[in-house]
Ligand binder design. Structure first.
Ligand SMILES: Cc1cc2nc3c(=O)[nH]c(=O)nc-3n(C[C@H](O)[C@H](O)[C@H](O)COP(=O)(O)O)c2cc1C
Length: 193
């Protein structure tokens, strides 16, 4: 990551978790094939309900096949900075269970777990990523010919974080000010709700 890592929790959680943030500034440094394989491999080993492994990823590289198409499916508020990211990943889930064709209630849950692992691995490698819900799934489905039993959930912009100064105005402010968190007491119930 660029600059000194900002630790966010006062407690000694693992640095990979404590220093992670969602960058909007990406450096020119490319993501190597080895780095890309490692982050995808980290996702692959995530746990999933009945080991269904419902996650599917469509990966594009800046200047490569499909990248302009995936970028153009992002909301403009995202594409304005995500166009610098060397890699985009379209995150999807196979919606039904392979054993009986029923709806997989935990499919998106399991995708989130896999992305969490991908994120931790990317951070450990000094990379940064930004997950994006602001995109047009119907457009991406059409352009990539994705079948109906696959849900398009989010997009990841992946790369090596760049300097905040490379961003304009309000985006620069957001890059410099880390997002807050609710207190544990608001999130956790012990023994009763
Ligand atoms: C599923 C998901 C969708 C998101 N969509 C967007 C988005 O469309 N645009 C954006 O700028 N950030 C998006 N974010 C980033 C969140 O705003 C960010 O993770 C949150 O504010 C916490 O900040 P941090 O990741 O830097 O800790 C998304 C994050 C997730 C997990």
């Amino acid at each position: 990551m660029s600059g000194t890592p900002v630790r966010r929790s006062a407690l000694p959680i693992h640095p990979v978790l404590n220093e992670r943030f969602s960058p909007r500034s990406f450096s020119d440094r490319p993501v190597t094939d080895e780095e890309l394989e490692l982050v995808l491999e980290a996702a692959r080993w995530a746990p999933s309900s009945m080991n269904e492994q419902p996650w599917r990823f469509l990966v594009t590289r800046r200047g490569g096949e499909g990248h302009a198409e995936l970028l153009s499916a992002l909301n403009e508020s995202n594409s304005v900075w995500a166009d610098k990211a060397p890699v985009l990943i379209l995150n999807m889930v196979h919606r039904t269970l392979s054993r009986n064709g029923q709806e997989n209630f935990h499919a998106r849950h399991d995708l989130g777990t896999a992305i969490g692992q991908l994120t931790a691995q990317a951070t450990a490698l000094g990379m940064g990523l930004h997950q994006l819900g602001g995109f047009h799934p119907d457009q991406a489905r059409t352009v990539f010919g994705i079948p109906e039993d696959v849900d398009l959930v989010s997009v990841i912009a992946l790369g090596h974080p760049g300097e905040p100064e490379a961003l304009d105005g309000s985006l620069r402010e957001r890059e410099l000010n880390r997002t807050p968190r609710k207190p544990l007491a608001e999130l956790v119930h012990f023994g009763k709700f």
